[in-house]
Design a binder for this molecule. Structure first.
Ligand code: IMP
Length: 472
C-alpha cells in the first residue's frame, strides 16, 4: 500500500458524502487509477453504467489489474471497502463468474462486493446480435466490443430484458429467458446461418447451448445462467437501499463512471456510442441516486485524445505520428486489445463534454507527452462541410466552431486549428503540490486548458502508479 496524502480526500475537501468520477472523452482517459485512489477515502464505490465493455486498469505496487465489470475499488476489498455493481449496469453471468475466479486465483478477496438485483443480464443471444449487427453493417459498423452491451440495453428498454433477480428464482428465470429469446429469434430469422454461426463461435460456453441449425437451446442457457451465478448469488441485493442506508449512516459514496461522455447514448457522437448514459446524470441514476446527490464530480481529461472503435475523431493522428503516441501512451484497448486511435487534445469537444461532466479536472498522462518537441492542442475548428440546419441555427461552410456539436455529419467536416506548446520534459512527483513546481511548459499547457474551457485542473497524473499523482 502506497502512502496516499490526505489532499486526495475530495470528500473532506468538498464537504460532501458523494463524489463522482466521469471521463469527458471516449473512455480510456485513466479513470480507473483515480477511482482506485479516491476509493481510499470512500466507504463504498458504485459502478452505475456499462458492463464488461469497460476496462479499468489499476497499477498497484507494480502489479497491473484490469477490471471489466467489477468496480475498481475491488482491489481495496481487504481494507473493508464495499464495491457495488449498480442497477444501471448490464451483467454477463459467465464473465462475472470469470472475473471473480481470477480474483480468487490472485488471492484477492471480494467480501464487500454487491450486485444490484435490478441490473439487467447480458444473454448469449445479445452477444450474437451485437456481432451479427456489426457484421451486417459492414463499413458502417460501430466497432463495438462485441460483448452484447447494446442488445442487452435495448432489451431492457423494449421491456423484454432479464433482471439479475431472476437468477434467484429458476421458474421466473425460465420464463423471462424464453421471452427474451423469442424476441431475439425474430431478428435471427432473417440472418444467414453462416453469419450467425460465426457470431456465436467465441461466446463463452456457446458450443453447449447453441444448436447447429442456428438456434439456442433456452433450457441449456437457463441452466448455464444458474450455474454461473452460483459464485455470486449471495452478493445480489437491493443496492439502491444499501447505498441509501450507508449515506444515512454518514458513509462516503464514490461513483465510478464507465466509458466517457462522448460515448454516451444520450450526449455522445451518436450512433457511434455505447448504450448507456456515461454522463454524471446517467452515472447517478444507474447508481440508485439522484444527480443532485452528487456533491462533487471530477472529470478525467487526458493530455491527448484517443478512441477505440469507429466514429468521428477530428484531431486523429495517422501513420508514424500515431504509432509513436500509441506506443508511448500504451494505447491498446484493455478489453479487446485493439490498438486505440490517438490524436491531440480537442478543446471544442471538451467544451461540449463538460456540460455533461464537471469543470473540475484530473489531467492524466501528462508524462506521455513530456519528451515531445511540440505538443498540439486543438483550440477550434473550421467547418468545411455543406450548410446544415442544426436545431434553430444554420451552420455555414467556413464557420468557426468553438464548442463542438457531437454529430458525426458535422465532426467529419471539421478542420482542427491548433496551438502549439513545447514538451515539458520530466515531471517531478513526490513533494510537488502546486502548479508553480511544475515545468514551465506544463504550467502553460494547464493554465491554457483551464482558461479555454473555464475549468480547474485539481489533480495531475504523471504515471500509472498511485504515487504518480499530484494534487494542485
Ligand atoms: P459497446 O459498448 O461494446 O456497444 O461499443 C460501443 C462503442 O463504445 C465502441 O466504439 C467501443 O469501442 C466503445 N467502448 C465501449 N466500452 C469502452 C471502454 O471502456 N473504453 C473505450 N471505448 C469503449
Amino acid at each position: 500500500m502506497g502512502t496516499i496524502r490526505s489532499d486526495f480526500d475530495l470528500f473532506r475537501k468538498a464537504n460532501t458524502p458523494v463524489v463522482a468520477v466521469v471521463d469527458t472523452n471516449f473512455g480510456d482517459n485513466g479513470k480507473g487509477k483515480f477511482v482506485d485512489l479516491l476509493a481510499e477515502f470512500a466507504d463504498v464505490t458504485v459502478r452505475g453504467t456499462g458492463g464488461e465493455n469497460a476496462g479499468h486498469t489499476i497499477v498497484h505496487d507494480g502489479v497491473t489489474h484490469v477490471f471489466h465489470l467489477l468496480p475498481s475499488s475491488i482491489s481495496r476489498d481487504a481494507e473493508g471497502k464495499v464495491s457495488i455493481i449498480g442497477r444501471g449496469t448490464v451483467i454477463n453471468p459467465g464473465s462475472f463468474d470469470g472475473e471473480l475466479q481470477l480474483l480468487e486465483e490472485r488471492g484477492m478477496s471480494w467480501n464487500g462486493l454487491r450486485a444490484s438485483q435490478d441490473a439487467q443480464l447480458v444473454l448469449p443471444w445479445h452477444i450474437a446480435l451485437d456481432r451479427v449487427r456489426e457484421t451486417l453493417a459492414g463499413s458502417g459498423k460501430i466497432g463495438t466490443t462485441g460483448k452484447g452491451i447494446g442488445p442487452a440495453y435495448a432489451a431492457h428498454r423494449a421491456r423484454v430484458g432479464v433482471r439479475v433477480n431472476d437468477l434467484l428464482n429458476p421458474d421466473l428465470l425460465r420464463e423471462s429467458v424464453a421471452q427474451s429469446y423469442r424476441e431475439a429469434t425474430a431478428y435471427f430469422d432473417g440472418v444467414p446461418p453462416y453469419i450467425l454461426r460465426e457470431a456465436v463461435r467465441k461466446i463463452d460456453g456457446a458450443e453447449s447451448f447453441y444448436r447447429a441449425k442456428g438456434f439456442f437451446s433456452v433450457a441449456t442457457v437457463t441452466e448455464w445462467l444458474i450455474e454461473k451465478s452460483l459464485r455470486f448469488r449471495d452478493c445480489i441485493t437491493d443496492t439502491d437501499a444499501l447505498v441509501q442506508k450507508m449515506l444515512n449512516e454518514g458513509k462516503r459514496v464514490l461513483l465510478e463512471g464507465a466509458q466517457g461522455v462522448l460515448l454516451s447514448i444520450d450526449c455522445g457522437t451518436y450512433p457511434f456510442v455505447t448504450s448507456s448514459d456515461c454522463s454524471i446524470n446517467g452515472l447517478a441514476q444507474g447508481s440508485g441516486l439522484r444527480t443532485e446527490d452528487v456533491g462533487y464530480a471530477v472529470s478525467i481529461v487526458k493530455a491527448y485524445a484517443s478512441r477505440v472503435g469507429e466514429g468521428p475523431f477530428p484531431t486523429e493522428l495517422r501513420g508514424e505520428e500515431a504509432e509513436n503516441l500509441r506506443h508511448l501512451g500504451n494505447e491498446f484497448g484493455a478489453t479487446t486489445g485493439r490498438p486505440r486511435r490517438v490524436g491531440w487534445l480537442d478543446l471544442p469537444l471538451l467544451r461540449y463534454a463538460v456540460r455533461h461532466a464537471s469543470r473540475t479536472f484530473a489531467l492524466t498522462k501528462a508524462d506521455v507527452l513530456a519528451e515531445y518537441g511540440i505538443v498540439k492542442v486543438c483550440t477550434h475548428y473550421l467547418y468545411r462541410g455543406p450548410d446544415r440546419r442544426v436545431g434553430d441555427r444554420l451552420l455555414r461552410r467556413g464557420e468557426r466552431i468553438d464548442i463542438a456539436d457531437p454529430y458525426p455529419w458535422i465532426l467529419e467536416h471539421c478542420e482542427p486549428q491548433y496551438r502549439e506548446f513545447k514538451g515539458w520534459g520530466p515531471i517531478p512527483t513526490g513533494a510537488t503540490r502546486s502548479k508553480k513546481c511544475l515545468p514551465p511548459a506544463l504550467q502553460e499547457f494547464i493554465v491554457f486548458i483551464e482558461e479555454e474551457v473555464g475549468a480547474r485542473v485539481e489533480l495531475l497524473s504523471v504515471g500509472p502508479d498511485r504515487e504518480d499523482t499530484i494534487a494542485l
